[in-house]
Design a protein around this ligand. Structure first.
Ligand SMILES: [Zn+2]
Ligand SMILES: [Zn+2]
Length: 235
């Protein structure tokens, strides 16, 4: 379940926002930027929206058009969950959708985000997040990829890379079929990444975690850090 709270008002993905944050903090969120529409990245969105119902400012759901289309078709379809873009009324909705173009930066509070296409089983995007002093890169879910690293090479003052690793090397076939990374593939991605920038690994599937831990340790690569639980970073 993936969620990053970038500052108090912008979340990147919403896998577990409502579990991770008390109600008051949820109500400070102004926008959720999405990497893709898989459930482990959007599962808490229906409940977040329910918790924000009646707030003056609508929640912005921000993503490239294919992600928003999937969300509207599969979740907020008046069958799985209500279409909150017309509730309580179309004039005063709880949710507004904002389609953004990949590769073009947009403002999200004090930060700027740029969606960068990655390679996954469904349309998916990493994000470069920048403020005046620093940039941070999030891969989202991906198999070995290229455009992300081209952008990373040009990112000003890149302070950290958050990179997915989902399965252990012993599950390379599953990883390949589901378009995810294993530690061996992470090592290859690392060679495409800008040098010296620390890499925080996340998205480990729980049954694979102990093997991934061992395989990452065996890589003996000091840049790699496994993000196993909630952590805060300041850039
Ligand atoms: Zn996914
Ligand atoms: Zn995922």
């Amino acid at each position: 379940m993936t969620t990053f709270l970038v500052d108090g008002e912008t979340a990147l993905d919403a896998g577990s926002l409502t579990d991770a944050l008390p109600l008051a903090a949820q109500r400070r969120i102004r926008r959720v930027v999405l990497t893709h529409a898989h459930l482990d990245h959007v599962a808490s969105l229906p409940f977040l929206i329910e918790n924000l119902y009646g707030r003056d400012t609508p929640l912005e759901i921000v993503a490239p058009a294919p992600v928003i289309a999937a969300l509207r078709r599969d979740i907020f379809n008046d069958s799985s969950w209500p279409d909150f873009s017309k509730l309580p009324s179309r004039r005063r909705p709880t949710v507004v959708y904002r389609s953004i173009a990949a590769g073009r930066s947009f403002a999200a509070g004090p930060a700027r985000f740029t969606a960068l296409p990655v390679d996954h089983v469904v349309p998916a995007y990493g994000y470069l997040v920048s403020n005046a002093g620093a940039s941070v890169l999030f891969s989202g879910d991906t198999r070995p990829t290229t455009a992300l690293w081209r952008h990373a090479a040009r990112a000003p003052r890149l302070k950290a890379i958050f990179l997915e690793v989902s399965f252990s090397d012993s599950q390379a076939e599953v990883a390949s079929a589901s378009c995810h990374l294993t530690p061996r593939l992470v090592a290859a991605e690392l060679r495409k990444a800008p040098p010296k920038v620390p890499v925080y690994l996340y998205h480990m599937k729980p049954p694979s975690l102990s093997r991934i831990r061992r395989e990452i340790a065996a890589l003996d690569e000091p840049r790699l850090h496994l993000l196993e639980s909630e952590r805060s970073f300041r850039f």
